[in-house]
Design a protein around this ligand. Sequence first.
Ligand SMILES: [Zn+2]
Length: 440
Amino acid sequence: MFTCEWGGVMWAGKGAVWAGGGGVLAVVALPLLLLAGIGGSTSSMGLCPPGSPEKFAEFAHAAGADTAAPSGLHIDLPLAEADAAPPVPPELIAPGPWSYPVPAPATVTARFGQSGPHWSTRHTGTDFAAPAGTAVFAASDGVVLAVVHESAGRPFGTFVTLLHADNTVTVYAHLQEAAVARGQELAVGQQIGTVGSTGNSTGPHLHFEVRPQIKGRHLPVDPEPFLATATLSAAGTGPTSAQASGCLWPAGAPSGPVDTAALPELARAMTPTIVRLLEDCPELPLEWVHAQVMAESSWNPGAWTSDSNGGAAGLYQLSHEAWAAAEGDAGTWTRGSRPPASHPVWEPAVHLRVAITHACGNLREMTAHLLRHPTKPISPLEAMAVCHVAGCSRVMGSVSGIPVPGEAMCGRECVATVHAYLANISRHLHTITGTAPDTP
Ligand SMILES: [Zn+2]
């Protein structure tokens, strides 16, 4: 039976982390942040996607079957994995229809996988040059997953992500303005904003990405096969030499809202790696990664916590279960005991790659959940944090998204841990970004 429960189909395969904030004991009052979450959400979210459930299952199977689990040290793994991703079989592109995200005539100025002087890694989408203010359209029927406004240090500038019926995410970056709200349902061809040059961009253009879910991750693939079936054609596609308007990816540390002076040395050293990893998860802010690692381990890569859930290791205090789920198996890490010194969980770049992928999966799962339950006064990022410290079932099984004692199988100690963890993250966010905390 298919009940339009996207969680079961789209976000399958994510193991909840049942513990992780091992050192967190103090009970701290909930910060105002927690109540600021989803103000002004749209009313009824008819999230049942068009298309048959069989199609989704097929897609999930096919997508999961043909990617090998990565192993070894992969510092810029998200793009390396994207490179290794197989070509998208045409039958997975349905259900359409698809449309070009900009009106004709638009010129493709950079293609997927291209390398260029502006990029530290290969290009993850298709760039369409168009005058600033040109309409940007939904490339297929979908629902708005995230609207992120320009913020210093974010390569995508102002961008929108849409979730489509076939479990594919599309990204529309460098917008001048976004004209949609999270949770809004869009039909193909409906306007979502205007072309701009926000973020790392050398001139007005749309950076467009298509990310099908491949083994639990939304990895970028070449958008052009999707657009090959487009009902609306963009004239002038073809030349790829013009680089006047395109993406400019960061080669070094961002100058963004994160106050690097406030960070431990390892955090500063790993920031460029995190920025690269977040290209795969643009809705997860850099400062949240920093705050969460601070709350978990204070940037001690060798941190180990014994607990009744099998223990938690490394910077993000990942559980055995989370590591095994992300990597396919846990290698030499035996559940319940400290992993050997040679285990990659202790290697900061590998650990962050696994942890950020895991956190991003939780963030997307919680975003979808909160869209279905708009009365829960918790933001997707806070929900992601609850997932990490106590399991996503605590968000899904509670009225507010944060359990009260006895709710969602969370007792007093569990509730105290969740509250303290969120308060810790809030405190670190203020320190990292140099902003004053909300005072009660
Ligand atoms: Zn681009």
